[in-house]
Design a protein around this ligand. Sequence first.
Ligand code: CUA
Length: 159
Amino acid sequence: MASDIDRYELIWIYLCAAVLAGLFGVLLYSAFGLGIHVETDVGQIHPTQVATTAPFDQPGLRQVGPDEYEAVIVARAWVFDPPEIRIPAGSTVTFKLTSLDVIHGFKVPRTGINRMIIPGQISVVTHRFDEPGTYPYICHEYCGSGHHIMNGGIVVEPR
Ligand code: CUA
């Protein structure tokens, strides 16, 4: 009887160890195989100096080339500045993002754009918008009582 209990206990110990090893493997794969990581190499900015440091001192959309734009967006509880950008279809937009206060998110459904906006860090993501329409951007990191209303939009106008 005593040896039965030992055997079951041992099975559970192995099972728990296997789950931990599996999760650790997933962690290693996502970090090194898929390259998912916090964007520490893009740039850093002190949250108190966002309003006086280029390009974040002038949030908004700028054309930087034919069909190429740069969208500088500052996140704070609970708005994106600017709340809307408009571009013609076929444009490539490089988003430069940072936060004034807490961690926010920047997700644009149907595009694959998905970034954390971390105070002190600059996040950059580029996407080409071929299909006209409205693409909402939403905060998908819980950031306080107004989190659910924190959103903006990209209007892609037909040529
Ligand atoms: Cu900002 Cu949630």
